[in-house]
Design a protein around this ligand. Structure first.
Ligand SMILES: N[C@@H](CCC(=O)N[C@@H](CS)C(=O)NCC(=O)O)C(=O)O
Length: 211
């Protein structure tokens, strides 16, 4: 058995954050498909694994038993500590990373994942008021990131960290999230830097589809 099991599906940018971290760290891991589009995360068996009913879940098969964790930010923090990679090197970086992971979960991924789900998967009209609200909030978050990345290579430090890995979760799908790459040149260059890291792969190469 592999050292880690990641319950995940390829369409999930939140799962991708964990899968990408495992890939970049060269971890011994296996993907376990969540049949998300068949409602698996709403079932009792899944809720027994994660009361929040969310993907992803990481299981670390340790000598002292299985250690199970959900929330991509917690998973990234755990893996950074375990591998000694993509973490902080001083206190300032520690809180910068936390600050950006919180911003990502609340604002950037929070609204991007919502508007993508409604427009791309549920085919809701662009003038649906909920879509308009989420899309507007997502674009505002992309602009924050664009401004922050202008003139710097990485989000939270002068080296790549789990903050970068968290924030990029949905951004390799510009067409699905409705982002025009030319509006976000600093983000585009930063995504290129991430793609150049050893071990980088797109979501669909790391995880099975959630059908
Ligand atoms: N903050 C969580 C968000 C996880 C999340 O919302 N995952 C989605 C799939 S991408 C999900 O399982 N949604 C089901 C639901 O919200 O009920 C994280 O970063 O892990």
């Amino acid at each position: 058995m592999a050292e880690f099991t990641l319950h995940c599906f390829a369409e999930s940018g939140n799962a991708y954050k964990a899968a990408l971290m495992l890939a970049l760290c060269g971890a011994d891991w296996q993907a376990k498909k969540i049949a998300f589009f068949e409602g698996e995360t709403r079932g009792d068996d899944y809720r027994d694994l994660n009361v929040m009913g969310e993907a992803p879940i990481l299981v670390h098969h340790r000598d002292d038993g299985d250690f199970r964790l959900s929330q991509s930010g917690a998973i990234l923090t755990y893996l950074a500590r375990h591998f000694g990679r993509f973490g902080h090197q001083n206190e300032t970086e520690e809180y910068e990373i936390l600050r950006w992971i919180l911003f990502d979960n609340h604002k950037l991924t929070g609204y991007t994942a919502t508007e993508r789900f409604m427009q791309f998967f549920m085919k809701k009209a662009a003038d649906d008021p909920v879509v308009e609200f989420a899309y507007g909030r997502a674009r505002a978050a992309w602009k924050v990131l664009e401004k922050h990345l202008t003139g710097r290579d990485w989000v939270a430090a002068d080296h790549p960290t789990i903050a970068d890995i968290s924030l990029c979760g949905y951004l390799f799908w510009p067409d699905q999230i409705g982002a025009d790459r030319s509006d976000y040149p600093a983000i585009e260059t930063w995504l290129g830097r991430l793609r150049a890291l050893q071990g980088w792969a797109p979501p669909e190469e790391l995880m099975p589809a959630g059908k």
